[in-house]
Design a protein around this ligand. Structure first.
Ligand code: SF4
Ligand code: SF4
Length: 242
């Protein structure tokens, strides 16, 4: 017997039990910094290269929708506390609410890369890997907007992709929802707004949900998609909410 079949049989089923059970595998998520009272707020805020930390009288506030997970604020004397979660999805201003029960077993997702750096698409790829197995949750990936219930977009929306996203959105049947994943989709991230990119998905189409992170890990993406259909999943605590 060759090595890989033997290895697979020996390991058994390795798909995560989440969301029905807790996934205790190490390295599931880079986690996130938490707003906290610190002795030197200015010094802690100065650690952040993208302005995600704001010094306030009561301590440091984390704007998680800007955080690129560089982890500079995780170590040293001015470090912030970290939370190892991945329930990061938050409702956007134009949120229309969950799609509801008839999508519980069949949610079709169209993923569009709108100038992402490559890391976001890698995480999207992983939700189809055996460890995460999106199909067990009734989630499927489609290549056409005509079949899509959800438009999932990563990247800062480069000029070349503006029209493509508008057309894809227009071609989707109702009811439909839009999810922006990664801080680039939220506000341009490290690319920002420029002559070359819109600096955020909301400038192109109405958005229902944001999944911040840089990139958000696979379980954060699945948590977001389950929120789109309205399934009960853990949600981000108030602290650190974008
Ligand atoms: S981990 Fe996030 S909040 Fe902390 S310094 Fe890096 S980008 Fe800023
Ligand atoms: S959010 Fe981060 S990982 Fe995703 S495309 Fe932007 S820079 Fe890359």
């Amino acid at each position: 017997m060759s090595f890989w079949p033997y290895y697979g049989l020996k390991q058994g089923i390795q798909t995560t039990p989440w969301p029905d059970g807790e996934d205790l595998s190490p390295g599931l998520s880079p986690g996130r910094p938490l707003s906290a009272p610190v002795t030197a707020p200015e010094a802690t805020a100065a650690l952040c290269p993208v302005g995600a930390l704001q010094a306030r009288a009561e301590g440091v506030h984390v704007a998680f929708d800007r955080c690129i997970h560089c982890q500079r604020c995780r170590q040293g004397e001015h470090a912030l506390p970290w939370q190892e979660d991945f329930a990061w999805t938050v409702a956007a201003a134009n949120n229309q609410g969950p799609l509801g029960g008839r999508f519980y077993e069949s949610l079709n997702v169209l993923y569009v890369d709108a100038g992402a750096c490559g890391a976001c698409v890698n995480e999207v790829r992983l939700i189809d890997a055996p460890a995460y197995n999106l199909h067990r949750l009734g989630i499927f990936v489609t290549a056409t907007p005509r079949d899509a219930d959800v438009l999932l977009v990563a990247g800062p929306i480069t000029d070349a992709m503006r029209t493509a996203i508008r057309k894809a959105y227009a071609a989707m049947p109702e009811p439909k929802r839009v999810v922006g994943m990664g801080v680039c989709a939220v506000n341009g991230g490290i690319f920002g707004e420029s002559f070359a990119c819109a600096g955020g998905l909301e400038k192109i189409v109405p958005v229902d949900w944001w999944i911040p992170g840089c990139p958000p890990p696979p379980l954060a993406i699945l948590q977001g998609l389950l929120r789109v259909v309205g399934r009960a999943v853990p949600q981000m605590t108030e602290e650190g909410t974008p």
